[in-house]
Design a protein around this ligand. Structure first.
Ligand SMILES: Cc1cc2nc3c(=O)[nH]c(=O)nc-3n(C[C@H](O)[C@H](O)[C@H](O)COP(=O)(O)O)c2cc1C
Length: 332
């Protein structure tokens, strides 16, 4: 049971950017094919790729968006694929901040290249320096997350939303001391660096009462084996507790400025160690989904048995072997 929704199993389809939408945010044939595969996979619950909540928050030109009613309504055809298979589906909401990937966006109308304090993130690909957000702009972004959540549920047919605070995007940039050097109430101590996330979550909760609300939390700024820097796992455990108190239904755990482990193709749950620390600290207050390096049924079951998470998230295996869930079932 997640929120008030019963899920058929503990496998979750993690958000995966498809780069398949057109420049107006309309799903193409390729989009429909990809999401049809997800909807037919037998997964317990799905999160679709990151959707831009504001024109300034786009990561790519061909990204789905939820910043106006019309764009939201295009997404009905995607959610309908899941609805027909009785699979709950939520939209991931994102504001890219300095992690914009398409240089072309810098020339686009209605676009500003921004970050918490005008600093680049370690994984940025754009050479131009981002501009620091003003307090008034922070308020606008918080409101845009809430409005996007409302549209996701009321115009696009989603069962809820996930707030993207991982992989070094804007909310993860606020959380990490590596990229947040603000000296107002949104910077400095952890409570202040988490304020933007908490404000977003509180407003989104109000916008979609009773609907599913998840946060994807980047736990650390380095990959396992690298020297510790920036955000610590203890910081993340405290933030996770704060989120539990705000009515979030579950937290997805991944990396922050480390990224998600793009070069890890082996069957090895590389973020399991920090995830276990967070899971233990929150002591059952909120459900956890873990993702990163799960390629086999054995690894998935180990994570559940070792109490790393309640739900196992899968990313790349869906594109490599869309039928893996039925194969895992057959192996029972
Ligand atoms: C092509 C690609 C696109 C991705 N897009 C997103 C995304 O939109 N949002 C997100 O939170 N994570 C995204 N991820 C990260 C995945 O959700 C997942 O965390 C990562 O692939 C690790 O899990 P895996 O080892 O099961 O693939 C993406 C990963 C890949 C490879």
């Amino acid at each position: 049971m997640v929120g008030n929704i019963v899920i058929a199993n503990r496998i979750l389809a993690e958000p995966m950017a498809t780069q398949s939408f057109d420049e107006d945010g309309v799903p193409t044939g390729k989009t429909m094919e990809i999401y049809m595969n997800y909807a037919s996979s037998g997964v317990g619950i799905a999160i679709t790729e990151h959707h831009a909540v504001h024109p300034w928050g786009r990561n790519r030109i061909n990204q789905p968006r939820l910043y106006d009613k019309e764009s939201a309504s295009y997404l009905l055809q995607v959610t309908d694929l899941f609805r027909r298979k009785h699979i709950p589906v939520i939209a991931q909401l994102n504001f890219a901040g300095s992690m914009t990937a398409d240089e072309e966006l810098l020339q686009a109308k209605h676009f500003e290249y921004v970050s918490p304090s005008g600093k680049h993130s370690p994984r940025d690909v754009i050479a131009v320096s981002p501009r620091a957000l003003t307090k008034a702009e922070i308020d606008i972004i918080i409101e845009s997350f809430a409005n996007a959540a409302y549209r996701a549920v009321n115009f696009a047919g989603y069962d809820g939303v996930q707030i993207h605070c991982a992989h070094g995007y804007l909310l993860g940039q606020f959380l990490s001391p590596m990229t947040n050097r603000r000296n107002d109430t949104y910077g400095g101590i952890l409570r202040n660096r988490a304020r933007m996330l908490y404000d977003v979550v509180s407003e989104v909760r109000k916008a979609i009462p009773g609907k599913l609300l998840s946060v994807r939390l980047g736990m650390v700024d380095q990959m396992p084996g690298e020297p510790t820097k920036g955000l610590t796992v203890d910081d993340t455990a405290r933030v996770a507790k704060g989120l539990a108190a705000l009515g979030v239904n579950w937290i997805g755990l991944s990396g922050n400025h480390s990224g998600f482990g793009a070069d890890r193709n082996d069957d090895c749950p590389y973020f399991a160690q920090p995830a276990e620390v967070v899971h233990e600290a929150i002591d059952g207050e909120i459900l956890i989904d873990y993702a990163g390096g799960v390629r086999s049924k054995k690894t998935a079951l180990d994570l559940l048995e070792k109490n790393v998470c309640e739900i196992v998230g899968i990313g790349r295996l869906f594109s490599r072997d869309p039928n893996f869930i039925s194969k895992w079932r057959e192996a029972d």
